[in-house]
Design a protein around this ligand. Structure first.
Ligand code: T4K
Length: 402
């Protein structure tokens, strides 16, 4: 990349983009292609494509072991897994959850006509703030969903203590948190159940996929019934159910990625520290840091932009990066409470969510994963450092143009 010294060097103002090919957030990790293709051959030979096939069963055993739990119920995706878990836990009425999450967490409730009650987040951890939970509990409240955003465990003990005292059930949306630990224990066995996502964009993917993990045998059994139309053997439907099954090809991909999991995490960690070094001197930017005493999968590189100190807002920086073909994402903007399905029900929710409001205008996610090398990270950091040096002129130009 030709060094960017003045605003005109940036692609947004007519310069050459730093990357010819787009650099994505969420590019899938592939793992050992030959191992995956061997498994696909097996599936074709066996002619057993779905309905709890041998690869799904193996995947469930492997995920339960990774998470240190008794039971894993694999599903077609984490959204359906959240829906089934919520129903199996007996959620109804109102459930408290953060608004600062991917919209799936809130949709999974509303889809079942359960009212999502949005709670604010801790501005440092980005996870639900337990101190704000209690005032949201009403006679209609049946549960709490904590989201381990970016793989950062929630304040689990505080949430569990409130739930115990107030007779509520706890589900953790652990879509980001496979292979992360809390106080040395793997995420998976906390609350009544936890939900993982294996979507293509997750560090461990099964194309589409999800799972509920739990140590509660009866709950696991109920979810197994629910994910397969309520069948307990041929022609014998004993429960209301849906189709939430994971298929064999997905499990084959999940198993293949599991074999490369440590390498994928090592790449993510390497990239994370490369960003950390590359952005350390940029005023107004804070790279979201993980507790070095815990394990993390480092799958999200999250940067918080303080517009005043940085001289550029998060949105201005994202526009600048997009023009350079660095497709930074505004996870999670604008917060579920400002999205159409929820805003009309709760038009004043933002008044109770000051930290969520602030975070959703400050946070961006940068590309990482096995599709991103340290050379690319260095270039992204160069662009951001250069933007920071020319921030007054850049900001003036962007504002003038819009
Ligand atoms: N709970 C939480 C906290 C979650 O974050 C999520 C999902 C869920 C629950 C629900 O899990 P699932 O039901 O999906 O299993 C993406 C993912 O689609 C979503 O799974 C993920 N969270 C969320 C954080 O990110 P979008 O709307 O940003 O997706 P999209 O299509 O814009 O893709 C993101 C980027 O990934 C793009 O820049 C391109 C790249 N990409 C994507 C796909 C699918 C690829 O390079 N290759 C691909 O195959 O939600």
């Amino acid at each position: 990349m030709t060094p960017k010294r003045s605003p005109s060097d940036f692609a947004l103002f007519g310069g050459a983009p730093a990357f010819v090919e787009k650099l994505h957030v969420g590019r899938p990790n592939v793992g050992d292609r030959a191992a995956f293709l061997r498994r696909v051959e097996d599936i074709l030979d066996r002619r057993w494509f779905t309905n709890s096939g041998p690869y799904v069963q193996e995947f469930e055993r492997r995920i339960a072991a990774e998470a240190g739990v008794e039971y894993c119920v694999a599903m077609c995706n984490a959204t359906v897994a959240l829906e089934i878990a919520a129903r199996a836990l007996g959620f109804s009425g109102e459930v408290i959850l953060p608004s600062f999450t991917f919209v799936a967490t809130a949709c999974a409730l509303m889809w079942q006509e359960i009212t999502p009650v949005f709670c604010d987040v801790d501005p440092v951890r980005h996870t639900i703030d337990p101190e704000k939970i209690e005032s949201l509990i009403t006679p209609r409240t049946t549960g709490i969903i904590g989201v381990h955003v970016w793989g950062q465990p929630c304040n689990i003990e505080a949430i569990e203590e409130i739930a115990r005292r107030r007779g509520l059930r706890v589900l953790f949306d652990a879509a980001h948190a496979l292979a992360c630990t809390h106080r040395g224990r793997r995420i998976g066995g906390f609350g009544d159940a936890e939900v993982f996502s294996f979507h293509a964009t997750k560090f461990l993917n099964s194309f589409e996929g999800g799972a509920v993990v739990t140590n509660d045998a009866a709950l696991a059994e109920r979810m197994r019934l629910m994910r397969n139309f309520g069948f307990a053997g041929q022609d014998n439907v004993i429960h209301l159910g849906t189709n939430g099954k994971m298929c064999e090809v997905s499990a084959a991909m999940g198993l293949t990625c599991l074999e490369s999991m440590e390498d994928i995490i090592a790449t993510n960690r390497r990239n994370h520290f490369a960003y950390s070094e590359g952005l350390a001197s940029v005023p107004g930017l804070r790279l979201y840091a993980f507790d070095p005493a815990e394990e993390s999968n480092f799958q999200y590189v999250i940067v918080e932009v303080d517009a005043e100190q940085a001289g550029l807002s998060r949105d201005e920086l994202v526009r600048l990066l997009h023009a350079e073909n660095v497709l930074a994402r505004r996870y999670f903007y604008p917060g579920c409470h400002r999205m159409a399905p929820f805003q009309s029900y709760f038009p004043h929710a933002h008044l109770l969510l000051p930290e969520t409001e602030k975070l959703s205008t400050r946070v961006m996610s940068l590309p990482t994963g096995t599709a991103v090398g340290v050379e690319e990270v260095a270039i992204v950091c160069d662009i951001i450092r250069a933007a920071s040096r020319c921030s007054p002129e850049i900001s003036t130009r962007i504002r003038a143009a819009s």
